[in-house]
Design a protein around this ligand. Structure first.
Ligand code: ARG
Length: 473
């Protein structure tokens, strides 16, 4: 975009002013350098509004057609990068209108009948966000598909499950991956729900109180693909809760991706050595020749901070504002733009990274039995032989201490040692004390048994293939 003086830069609101705007204030208050991003939405909204003005006889059909043709030309100019911006024209709305006036003359001034920049900008952001939200939902689905595919390959790969970062019980790696699938599935649903609230049209609210002209709001809403019109003009121009909701849902996506990142970083460390990440997603060290650093997950984990920051910025921006519009609200754009950019980029990175994750199955399987991860299975065995769970827990606790002293696993203790602690233990206990038996015993719905995970994957695929009816726009 070129920066340069344009001779039509007289203020569109200059009538009551006798002094020109301070040069610093002009730069301070301009938003064109970032809200130019809304030009397609702005022009689309203006065209629908203008057609409605013509249909309703608020302006003539010819005037309406001339303005629409002019707006289309402005859009083509911006598309081609042949558009000059000027901070004296503040924002995208003024830029489009000013250029329109140069192209078609004073009739351009009729476009803003029955409209204000306040309902205009609120409409622009809604049109913009609903598409961004759909893009994010598509990226979530891509990543979910990658997770299901990987989970299916790794159903029978066993690993230690952790609580407190201490080895807890053996689980299927596929089951672990499907936990992230579920988180992202809720994110996907959350954005669908938010989009229903985004997709209500503010236009027709004008500055704050509505308009005396006989506008047809429902017709405009239909043209623009909105589900309906905002009910209250003050609310329509002055709330940004839909921006905050989107930022909050994005913050949750980042929370999920950041936890996954943290695990990948740990697992890729040679100390764990559970997974190998694709070379294309890692970098080396300029001094240590052996290094392969997991930069992409690290950056995703790091970028979570700025998305949280934007959420707090947006909440704080809105909290003290009296009704209706206040210029403060112009500050909503940079945080939400950066939020959707960041989340989209991180989802893209993960969607491409996940298919390249290689499980080191033997290392994971060896670790699955470490740290007495079969202790619960031994306690459950005793429960099946009539011991109350609390007593069984105490028995196995003592056996763990014995095994620690002997520097072996529970499954390595001689049967006599087990029986000395609890006579109900018999030779068949050996069938219980294996990683595979442990995993496959957990067949409760949502559990980690191989067949249970396979059934969960099947249901997950069915959910992915369900026709998505919540799309808007
Ligand atoms: N650039 C402004 C914004 O983003 C547009 C609305 C300005 N309205 C006004 N009355 N100054 O919020």
């Amino acid at each position: 975009m070129n920066q340069g003086p344009v001779q039509e830069a007289q203020k569109l609101w200059g009538g009551r002013f006798s002094q020109s705007t301070d040069a610093f204030v002009e730069a301070f208050s301009a938003s064109i350098h970032y809200d130019i991003r809304l030009y397609r939405q702005d022009i689309r909204g203006s065209i629908a509004h203008c057609r409605m003005l013509g249909r309703q006889g608020i302006i003539s059909q010819q005037e309406s057609e001339a303005i629409v043709a002019g707006l289309e030309q402005v859009r083509t100019e911006i598309d081609k990068g042949e558009f000059e911006t000027n901070i004296a024209l503040e924002d995208i709305h003024m830029h489009v209108e000013s250029r329109l006036k140069t192209l078609i003359g004073p009739v351009a001034g009729k476009l803003h009948t029955a409209r204000s920049r306040n309902d205009q900008v609120a409409t622009d952001i809604r049109l913009y966000l609903r598409d961004e939200v759909e893009t994010i939902r598509t990226a979530l689905r891509k990543l979910q598909n990658a997770l299901v595919d990987l989970a299916e390959q790794e159903v029978e790969t066993v690993m230690p499950g952790f609580t407190h970062m201490q080895n807890a019980q053996p689980i299927s790696f596929g089951h672990h991956l499907m936990a992230y699938f579920e988180m992202l599935d809720r994110d996907h649903a959350r954005f669908g729900d938010i989009n229903r609230r985004i997709n209500q049209m503010p236009l027709g609210s004008a500055a704050l109180a509505g308009t005396p002209f006989p506008v047809d709001r429902h017709w405009v809403a239909e043209q623009l693909g909105f589900d309906g019109v905002c009910e209250n003009s003050l609310d329509a121009v002055s709330d940004r809760d839909f921006v905050v909701e989107t930022a909050a849902a994005c913050a949750l996506v980042m929370t999920h991706l950041s936890r996954f990142s943290e695990e990948l970083i740990l697992w890729a460390s040679p100390t764990f050595n559970f997974v190998d990440l694709p070379d294309a997603f890692c970098t080396g060290s300029s001094i240590m020749p052996q290094k392969k650093n997991p930069d992409v997950p690290e950056l995703v984990r790091g970028k979570t901070g700025r998305v949280y920051g934007h959420l707090i910025a947006l909440l704080t921006l809105m909290k003290g504002l009296p009704l209706a519009y206040n210029r403060d609200m112009q500050e909503d754009k940079e945080p939400i733009f950066d939020t959707v950019d960041t989340v989209s980029a991180c989802l893209r990175a993960f969607g491409d990274l996940v298919p390249g994750i290689r499980a080191r199955r033997a290392v994971m399987a060896a670790a699955a039995g470490e740290g007495f991860t079969l202790a619960t299975d031994l306690a459950d065995y005793l429960v099946r032989r009539g011991l109350p769970f609390r007593e069984a827990h105490a028995v196995v606790g003592r056996l763990v201490a014995t095994a620690l002293d002997a520097e072996c696993g529970l499954e390595d203790l001689p049967l006599e040692t087990l029986q000395a602690e609890e006579a109900r233990i018999e030779a068949d206990v050996s069938a219980v004390l294996t990683v595979h038996a442990s995993v496959n015993a957990r067949q409760s719905i949502g559990g980690t048994a191989f067949d249970t995970v396979r059934a969960a994957i099947k249901r997950a695929r069915a959910r992915l293939n369900d026709a998505d009816t919540s799309k808007v726009g």
